[in-house]
Write a protein that binds this ligand. Structure first.
Ligand code: F6R
Length: 241
């Protein structure tokens, strides 16, 4: 069973997870972080940016969870751009140490295996920050994803495209495909930290933490992990038994 921590709000969650990241970096200066995008982890990245002056981040590396396929890396909503804007620049990380799956169409056949090799070459992910979609996806592992899956191309569900339309000029601009770390990739990380805020996430949180293990609820994969922490506010906790 994952460890559940209920906090006042996203800011408190940000500080708590930043404490865990700071402790990890103090213990292991070349720590490898797994970086989620989306709204949920922003409080963590802001809390870490506030501490960047007192943390030695020079040897820290990062691996993003996912990327859209076919969106140029220079597009402001590509996850490469988002990670640069929200994480690399504010924390002052070495950009060469921060990796994002390559969503370029021409090389997509080999991009998944290349990403897996890069994670292994870095020594594996020490702490994986996760959000959860309203349909229970983690990374972009939509319902139906295998618990053994590795980094590969997936089709986004209509629900996820609707949820992410807020970042684009028009809902039609949201790409149809993504490349995402698999559930198997995520489960190899040393420590999983899943965050969720608001009532809209309550069902996905309850099903992930307490529901049956099911490929139809990708978040439930965290129940297979020996060290998973779930940091949520009261609203996101409201469907827990
Ligand atoms: C993004 C990712 C997704 C998001 C999820 C929740 O890298 O991995 O699983 O964490 O879609 O998104 P937000 O945080 O925007 O609600």
């Amino acid at each position: 069973m994952a460890e559940i921590v209920i906090v006042e709000d996203a800011q408190a969650a940000g500080e708590l997870v930043a404490d865990a990241v700071s402790a990890l970096i103090a213990r292991k200066p070349d720590a490898v972080l797994g970086l989620a995008t989306g709204s949920t982890p922003l409080a963590v990245y802001r809390a870490l940016a506030d501490r960047a002056g007192s943390l030695d981040l020079g040897q820290v590396s990062g691996f993003a969870l996912d990327e859209y396929v076919g969106l140029p890396a220079s597009h402001p909503e590509s996850y490469r751009s988002v990670i640069t804007r929200e994480v690399v620049e504010p924390l002052g990380l070495d950009p060469d140490r921060v990796h994002v799956p390559d969503g370029t169409v021409d090389t997509i056949q080999t991009a998944g295996a290349d990403y897996e090799r890069a994670i292994i070459a870095a020594g594996g992910i020490d702490l994986q920050i996760l959000g959860v979609g309203t349909d229970g996806h983690i990374g972009f592992n939509e319902p139906g994803s295998s618990f053994a899956s590795l980094t590969r191309v997936k089709t986004l569900t209509e629900q996820t495209r609707r949820d992410n339309a807020r970042f684009f000029d028009s809902p039609d601009d949201v790409p149809m495909h993504c490349i995402t770390q698999g559930l198997g990739t995520i489960l190899r990380a040393e420590h999983l930290v899943m965050l969720a805020f608001g009532e809209g996430k309550a069902k996905a949180v309850a099903a992930s933490v307490e529901g049956p293990l099911s490929a139809m609820m990708p978040g439930s994969a965290i129940q297979l992990h020996p060290h998973a922490t779930v940091v949520i506010d009261e609203a996101a906790a409201s469907e827990l038994k």
